[in-house]
Design a protein around this ligand. Structure first.
Ligand SMILES: NC(=O)c1ccc[n+]([C@@H]2O[C@H](COP(=O)([O-])OP(=O)(O)OC[C@H]3O[C@@H](n4cnc5c(N)ncnc54)[C@H](OP(=O)(O)O)[C@@H]3O)[C@@H](O)[C@H]2O)c1
Length: 331
């Protein structure tokens, strides 16, 4: 496993990290979740990503249990705050009250006294940005949070946060967590150039497009049994927009490229995002240990192979920066 620095900070993260959205506490049983975490540690993954909201807070509990007994200094634990964790009007968003309360609840569920990265899961248009950044800064000073990041923020939102932090002496954000894959390149036009200049990394989610880039979904065919697209209680809803026949047909054209390179389709997809030097880590999901092992072996593609992937997917790729958007009101 290779490691990359998170933004301009001193923190190193494994370039493949393991995330538990839609899987732990939901699609997979606790014993399979624990096996996936053990496999991740075995193959050299040290960075784990979760969120307070995943599986209605159960995902953090499952991850905390799975990591129990593992030396705390040997892994980096990332979580997030913003989406609702309860019915009340203050159990959501990025107010000081919710940030502090949600952080404490996450620490309890994760069975630790600090998280290594605490991320604003979306931009909160209702709370003053100064309030949010000061609450994060307080948690850093209290030693409960090592570094602060954001997720799915637009370039102008990241820029505003950096200016406030510089003016007020707050801890600066070191990372953004956007969706990024060979099919979803909306960060490239505005976010990546700003972040490169400002020393902010991308930790990217759904690098395999939720499984679509493995080629296992065939155009016009029912999805394979047990796959995310069949999980009607969870994943099927999220993967739907990536499952059009034109996308699935284009993905099939990648199969010979992966075969010629002697790598799996998942490794081709993850290797593609690792070509971007602003990416510190690709957060992979996995519902089985063998997927973790397959994904962890990915390495950045050669420039020629990356270009070949780009050429195949040019007809279906999304690049519009306006597609990065947070809800106008906190849900
Ligand atoms: N910040 C945000 O707003 C946000 C949003 C979404 C995700 N995330 C983070 O990003 C992480 C990854 O997201 P993701 O799960 O969508 O990522 P992904 O790696 O693109 O997709 C993971 C899914 O693809 C399938 N898969 C993975 N490896 C495979 C392989 N080698 N062969 C065949 N199928 C394979 C598995 O689904 P099946 O086997 O079940 O089909 C797996 O659950 C999340 O856990 C979370 O930490 C963040």
């Amino acid at each position: 496993m290779d490691f990359r620095r998170l933004g301009r900070s001193g923190l190193k993260v494994s370039e493949i990290s393991y995330g538990n959205w839609l899987t732990h506490g939901s699609q997979v049983e606790a014993d399979v979740a624990t096996e996936c975490v053990k496999e991740a540690l075995e193959v050299g993954i040290t960075t784990f990503d979760t969120a307070d909201v995943y599986a209605g807070t159960k995902a953090e509990t499952v991850l905390g249990e799975a990591l129990k007994g593992v030396k705390r200094e040997s892994y980096e634990l990332f979580t997030k705050v913003y989406w609702p964790t309860g019915a009340g009007p203050n159990e959501r968003g990025l107010s000081r009250k919710h940030i502090v309360e949600s952080c404490h609840a996450s620490l309890r569920r994760l069975q630790t006294d600090h998280v290594d990265l605490y991320q604003a899961h979306r931009f909160d248009h209702e709370t003053p940005l100064e309030e949010t950044l000061q609450a994060f800064d307080d948690l850093v000073r209290q030693g409960k949070v090592m570094y602060v990041g954001v997720s799915e923020w637009r370039a102008e939102e990241i820029e505003a946060a950096l200016r406030i932090a510089d003016d007020m002496g707050f801890d600066r954000i070191v990372s953004n967590q956007p969706q990024y894959s060979a099919l979803w390149r909306v960060i490239e036009a505005e976010i990546v150039p700003l972040c490169e200049k400002e020393g902010v990394s991308q930790i990217v989610w759904s690098p395999i497009a939720q499984g679509v880039l493995t080629g296992k979904y065939l155009p016009g065919q029912p999805p394979p049994v047990g796959s995310r697209a069949t999980d009607e209680q969870g994943g099927a809803h999220f993967i739907k927009r990536l499952m059009s026949d034109d996308i699935l047909a284009a993905v099939q054209e990648l199969t010979p490229l992966a075969a010629d390179a002697g790598i799996s389709m998942a490794q081709l997809a993850i290797g593609w995002v690792l070509c971007n030097p602003n990416v510190a880590s690709a957060i992979v999901g996995a519902s089985r240990p063998e997927q973790v092992r397959d994904n962890a072996a990915a390495k950045a593609l050669s420039p020629d192979l990356k270009q070949a992937v780009d050429d195949v997917l040019a007809k279906v790729v999304q690049t519009d920066p306006a597609l990065t958007v947070s809800p106008p009101k906190v849900p």
